[in-house]
Write a protein that binds this ligand. Structure first.
Ligand code: CA
Ligand code: CA
Length: 290
């Protein structure tokens, strides 16, 4: 029994040492802190006022110093991002057209490198400083609205100066999807190696795969006045949802306008009375303020 106990203790110690010896981020063993990660974030995805609607999706990067270049320099020199998207309603239209996703550097509403949502676009800033250029960009699909497509981006920095600054969720690219009906859109990394995968290139030319939060799903649909909980039907659950929101700190209607059933631009107890009248006293239906 004591021998087993001894083995167990030795095992725990070895496990401890091996943990200590292994890097925090095995994909880039020189990374000092949070592991480099690619994030996909939808800004206004779930509810549209009317179809077709534009849905904005950003790619952001978490990046911090590595052991070699953290004093005045940092590690990421380039990105290679082949990404694909699919969607559930194949009889409708979902596209990432080049007209709405211009890769030229400009801060216009159709540029993928524009500042967006209060965030500065890091590639645009680097470009203005003469430190960034795009070697290839393509969007595959715009002429075929009835089938899924893919997106590719290769962007690189000059190696003589600081390339990609450290930060939490720095803005890399913002897409604009055109969606014409209720559907779910999925964004994922193509899995055909070796070229069609997400890569980061370190400033010492080492190439590695960052972490990422894909596949990413979003459901795009029109909101329904009175459907406060966003489940597609108007019933007493919406009443409870509104009461919870107004008086018990519950979550907000999805979107907020869905709870303004009398359409007076505020959500208050008058909306609850209105909804009770509709559900139980044959009162008028929730108003559509769009
Ligand atoms: Ca509902
Ligand atoms: Ca109201």
């Amino acid at each position: 029994m004591r021998r087993y106990l001894l083995f167990l203790i030795v095992g725990v110690i070895l496990l401890g040492f091996s943990d200590f010896a292994s890097a925090q981020c095995p994909e880039d063993t020189l990374d000092l802190g949070d592991c480099d990660t690619l994030h996909v974030v939808a800004w206004d995805a779930e509810y549209c006022d009317s179809f077709p609607c534009l849905v904005h999706v950003s790619l952001l990067v978490t990046h911090d110093s590595n052991a070699v270049y953290h004093q005045g320099h940092d590690s990421i020199m380039g990105f290679t991002l082949p990404l694909a998207w699919i969607y559930t309603n194949s009889s409708a239209y979902c596209s990432l057209t080049s007209e709405k996703n211009n890769w030229q550097y400009s801060d216009t509403e159709n540029g993928i490198f524009r500042h967006f949502g209060g965030k500065l676009n890091r590639l645009f800033e680097l470009y203005e400083m003469g430190k960034m250029w795009v070697v290839s960009t393509y969007i595959f699909n715009p002429s075929s609205p009835d089938r899924p497509g893919s997106f590719g981006l290769g962007a690189f920095c000059g190696s003589a100066s600081q390339a990609w600054w450290e930060g939490e969720r720095l803005l890399l690219v913002t897409w604009t999807f055109t969606v014409s009906d209720t559907m779910m859109v999925c964004i994922y990394e193509p899995i055909t190696p070796p070229g069609d995968m997400v890569w980061f290139t370190r400033i010492d030319a080492k190439v590695y795969r960052p972490r990422y939060n894909m596949p990413f799903y979003m459901t795009v649909k029109l909101y329904m006045p009175g459907d406060a909980n966003g489940d597609g039907v108007i019933n007493s659950a919406d009443l409870v949802y509104l009461i919870n929101y107004l008086f018990k700190g519950g979550p907000a209607p999805k979107p907020l306008q869905a709870g303004d059933v009398n359409c007076d631009e505020v959500i208050n107890s008058a909306d609850i009375v209105y909804l009770i009248d509709y559900l139980f006293k044959a009162g008028p239906a929730p108003l559509d303020c769009r």
